[in-house]
Design a protein around this ligand. Structure first.
Ligand code: BG6
Length: 464
């Protein structure tokens, strides 16, 4: 209904990765183990030890970023590379690795966007209770201080915790061994809020030019029908899945609906004196948003079947008793892996977030996981990925035209990396890494068709 506005001039056209999914060198140069290094099958499908071996290909990879014309690169720092046991001695070689990466990015005019913690809690902290133990809050604050002191003069954009909401709602990928109970998970969640707030306060103290925010996975939840009971179910699930996390980050308070839910279920966390004050002080400067797909729900059946596993995955439930039940959205197509493709849903999501919080938004993840194959001509023709991104970029531009202050877009992923559940069987990168699940081959980097396409988009500052 109105004219399309252009992407802003200094739009951060970026791409994302995370440390444990891309680096490899899992025990090299003093790195300690993280929970990700301890996974057993079925979740430890891939050889995480090598991953895409970015640790040894760092300069080559940055050269490819520069060739693609990236304005920003979002990566995460492996906590256990900096502090091998999460809390004790500093590993200077770890500090140096990220110093070299940041320097290489800056030399190529690529803005570093640093995630402090992306699913890879140091295993030593995990053994001592992980996020259930308040010592982990102090350890995170110490780690944050080290990062700000070492990189704060060069890094402007910081992200505290990647997808805290996914860690709480799908805890299997972060917990080798026993999966914590819901009650424990909401205690972990509370402790993460305190930790993120402390890091935010510290960033503002130590990095005068630094901007910091969270990076949850946010998506609009649709009611299956206009049946008001479905609308309530969608509202409930949207609050539990999304608003809990952003209300806490921005307003420093528990979302009312979610608090009632926690009380009813007996999941309320212990809140210590001073927690809410620190959470209120730690205000973000912008919000990172990981967006992949919307979800559609209807009212829960409440007959004991709502909490059954979906698709055989013990951690992904059909729904939750008294809250919601997953429904099918017949208007949408699916990816090869059953994820809904909903580019308009991204516009809906961005509008909802901006309307609630009025802070600049940065898309920190969005992309298509596919079984990329090398063609006979030795190239990777990923037209389906280009198509997916065109649709999503267009909707991002529409959201900008709606008035959303969108400052950047970092598709997942810059380069092929270990997918959380499907290893190298599901690829997201603009750059192909020639390795198979069990065969490392030479880990050669190859530019996919989407690489050249994105290069053009960045050059033109948007779509044709
Ligand atoms: C996000 C995570 O949930 O989605 C990434 O932040 C992850 O770490 C990405 O890789 C895609 O999910 P998956 O399961 O396809 O790897």
């Amino acid at each position: 209904y109105h004219k399309l506005k252009p992407f802003p001039e200094n739009f951060l056209w970026g791409a994302s990765t995370s440390a444990y999914q891309v680096e490899g060198a899992y025990q090299e140069d003093g790195k300690g183990l993280s929970v990700q290094d301890m996974h057993e099958p079925p979740h430890g499908i891939t050889d995480f030890k090598v991953a895409s071996d970015h640790y040894h290909h760092m300069l080559e990879d940055v050269k490819l970023m520069a060739e693609m014309g990236l304005k920003a690169y979002r990566f995460s720092i492996a906590w256990s590379r900096i502090l091998p046991d999460g809390d004790g001695e500093i590993n200077q070689k770890g500090i140096d690795f990220y110093q070299d990466l940041i320097n290489a990015l800056i030399a190529n005019h690529i803005e570093p966007i640093v995630t402090m913690y992306h699913f890879d809690l140091p295993y030593e902290l995990h053994k001592q209770g992980g996020w259930c133990n308040r010592k982990t809050i102090d350890a995170f604050e110490k780690y944050a201080r080290i990062l700000f002191e070492n990189y704060g003069d060069k890094v402007k954009y910081w992200l505290t915790i990647n997808e805290q909401n996914v860690m709480i709602n799908h805890p299997n990928a972060m917990n080798p061994g026993r999966i914590p109970s819901k009650k424990e998970l909401y205690q972990q969640c509370h402790n993460m809020f305190v930790a993120a707030a402390k890091a935010t306060v510290l960033c503002h103290e130590l990095c005068p030019n630094g901007k910091i925010g969270p990076a949850p996975n946010i998506t609009a939840i649709y009611p299956e029908k206009c049946n008001p009971a479905d609308v309530i179910a969608a509202d409930n699930w949207e609050s539990i899945r999304c608003w809990l996390y952003l209300d806490m980050a921005v307003y420093g308070r528990y979302n009312t609906l979610v608090w009632s839910y926690l009380e009813e279920k007996g999941y309320t966390p212990i809140i210590e004196e001073g927690d809410m004050e620190i959470i209120q002080q730690g205000k973000p400067d912008f919000l990172g948003v990981n967006y992949y797909a919307t979800a559609t729900v209807c009212e829960a059946k409440n007959d004991g079947t709502d909490c059954q596993p979906r698709n055989g995955d013990q951690q992904v439930m059909i729904g939750e008793e008294g809250v919601y039940r997953a429904a099918v959205n017949h208007y949408l197509e699916e990816t090869q892996f059953g994820w809904m493709i909903d580019s308009i849903g991204m516009r809906v999501t961005l509008r909802r977030i901006y309307d609630r919080y009025h802070l600049p938004l940065l898309i920190t993840e969005n992309g298509l996981g596919a079984k990329d194959e090398m063609s006979e001509d030795g190239k990777i023709h990923d037209a389906y990925r280009i198509d997916y991104l065109i649709r999503h970029f267009h909707q991002a531009q529409l959201a900008i035209s709606d008035g959303v202050d969108l400052i950047g877009y970092c598709p997942w992923a810059f380069i092929d990396l270990v997918s959380t559940h499907q290893g190298y069987g599901k690829r997201y990168g603009f750059v192909y890494v020639d390795r198979e699940e069990q065969d490392l081959k030479e880990l050669k980097r190859m530019k996919k068709d989407s690489f050249y396409w994105y290069q053009q988009v960045i050059k033109q500052n948007g779509l044709d």
